[in-house]
Each structure stands twice: as C-alpha cells, then as structure tokens.
Ligand binder design. Structure first.
Ligand code: NDP
Length: 246
C-alpha cells in the first residue's frame, strides 16, 4: 500500500515548480489531489492530466492566494469534490525582492497576503474538514534562516512568520490528531529561481552540496511529512536546502 492511499490533498500553487512536484508525488503515493493556480491554466491542466494518468482524481482550481474568499473557497471545493480533506500543502508564494527603499505598501500587502494570510486562512478552513491523521505542511524558505543577499527583507520576514504559525497551529490542532509542519527549501530549480539564472552560480556556492535542488527533492520531504510515518512529527521545521543554512 502506498503511503497516502485513500487520502485527499490540496496543494496551493500546484501548477508549476515545487507545488507541481508535490502534487504529483502525493498522487504517486496514492492520494487524490486538488491544486490551485493563479494564472497558468494550461500548466495546471497538464498536472491534473498527469495525476489522472496515475489513476487518481485530480482537480485544478483558479484561486489567487491574495483573495481570502478564493482561498477558503478552494479548500471547501476540494473537500466537497473528494468527499474529505486529509492533507493541505501551503505552497503558493510571491517572491518580491528589492532594496528596502523600493519596497512600498503594495509589495508589502501582496507579500503578506499571499505568503502569510493565505496559509493561515487555508489552514483554518482545512482544519474544519480534517480529522485524526490530518496533515498541514507549509513551504517556507531558506531565506527565513539566512538572508544572504540584500533585498530580501520582505520575503524573509514573510517566510519567518510561518515558523510561528506552524508552532501555534501544532498546539491548537494536536489534540485532534492533526500535525502541522514547515519545510524550508533551499535553491530549487524552478521558473522562480532557475538553476541557469544570472545569480545561480553565487547561490550554488552558498550550499554545502554545491548544487540546486530539483523540485522533486522538496516534494519527497513534503510527502513524508504528509504520510502515515510522520505521525509523531509536529510543530517543526525541516530544511531541505543542501546545507545552505549551515
Ligand atoms: P514557481 O514560480 O515556479 O511556481 C509558483 C506556483 O505558485 C505556480 O503554480 C503559481 O501559479 C502559483 N502561485 C503564485 N502566486 C500565486 C497566487 N497568488 N495564488 C495562487 N497561486 C499562486 O515557484 P516555486 O515553485 O519556486 O516556489 C514555490 C514555493 O517555494 C514558494 O512559496 C517559494 O517562496 C518557495 N521557495 C522556493 C525556492 C526556490 O528556490 N525555487 C526556495 C525557497 C522557497 P501560476 O502557474 O498560475 O502562476
């Protein structure tokens, strides 16, 4: 039996990059998987096709994480379509990086809405559907632990907030058998941070392993935390960063 056989999941921002890899890995482990996306309908549909090719149910939901009603609506739609919700992966994130003097109110509000408020309201909504064995996994960032370049004040702040959210929710939901954890990816080869991008060489040099992660490297740890074997892990942060924070 696969580790998430018979479970159902929602992955926010599952059309590309790390979120797509997580959605496919959870399907491989036996789960039916819904995913949200903001704009890229074609990529979202492609991930759903791959999920269905594995014999699982897939569902793509257009939902901007900056919109509270869209986020809670996506959680409810996934739970209603699949008849239950066992796993929530808060993955969608914005990456607004600039010198602090150039980061205005709009960038602040957008970053906090997508990177902090959305994981919080999605977790609240998901918890209403979850029972014993429920799993909430959020995607933070290595930049929450080590902001090595200028320009990351807003992004690093938003990802650090997830540490507190994870600990608090673990206490709130632990008595119901729901675990809540956080994964900090290091440099991962996606559209947002391509391994052949202009700063890739410098970024690579900051890891102990000397190379980027593939999205599947992050997905493997998320799938472990979402699976039955991780039932006694809660409130913690796992770095999958190639030694970036060492
Ligand atoms: P990508 O840019 O490759 O993919 C982003 C995904 O999130 C897409 O599916 C996109 O949808 C979706 N998305 C973006 N904004 C929203 C929104 N407002 N509402 C709904 N969906 C949205 O990013 P990554 O895979 O690189 O990043 C995923 C997560 O990992 C983020 O939280 C990021 O901060 C974190 N991370 C990434 C690292 C890296 O090196 N790549 C390192 C550390 C952390 P659409 O296709 O419609 O645009």
């Amino acid at each position: 039996m696969n580790k998430s056989e018979g479970k159902t999941a929602l992955v926010t921002g599952g059309s590309r990059g790390i979120g797509a890899a997580v959605a496919l890995r959870l399907a491989q482990e036996g789960a039916d998987v819904a995913l949200t996306y903001e704009r890229d309908e074609a990529s979202a549909a492609k991930v759903v096709d791959q999920i269905e090719a594995m014999g699982r149910r897939g569902l793509a939901i257009k939902a901007d994480s900056a919109d509270v009603a869209a986020v809670t609506g996506a959680v409810d739609e996934a739970a209603e379509t699949f008849g239950r919700l066992d796993i929530l992966v808060n993955n969608a994130g914005v990456f607004l990086v600039a010198p602090v003097e150039d980061l205005g109110q709009a960038e602040f509000d957008r970053t906090m809405a997508v990177n902090i408020r959305a994981p919080f309201v999605a977790s609240q909504a998901a918890a209403r559907h979850m029972g014993d064995g429920g799993r909430i996994v959020s995607i933070g960032s290595n930049m929450a632990e080590r902001a090595v370049f200028p320009g990351f004040s807003l992004y690093a702040m938003s990802k650090t907030a997830l540490i507190g959210m994870t600990k608090g929710l673990a206490r709130d939901l632990g008595p119901r058998g729901i675990t809540v954890n956080l994964v900090h990816p290091g440099p991962t080869d996606t559209d947002a941070n391509p391994a052949d991008g202009p700063n890739a060489e410098a970024i690579r040099g900051l890891t102990a392993l000397g190379h980027y992660a593939a999205p599947g490297d992050i997905a493997a740890t998320v799938a472990f935390l979402a699976g039955a074997d991780a039932r006694y892990i809660t409130g913690t942060t796992v770095s999958v960063d190639g030694g970036f924070a060492v």
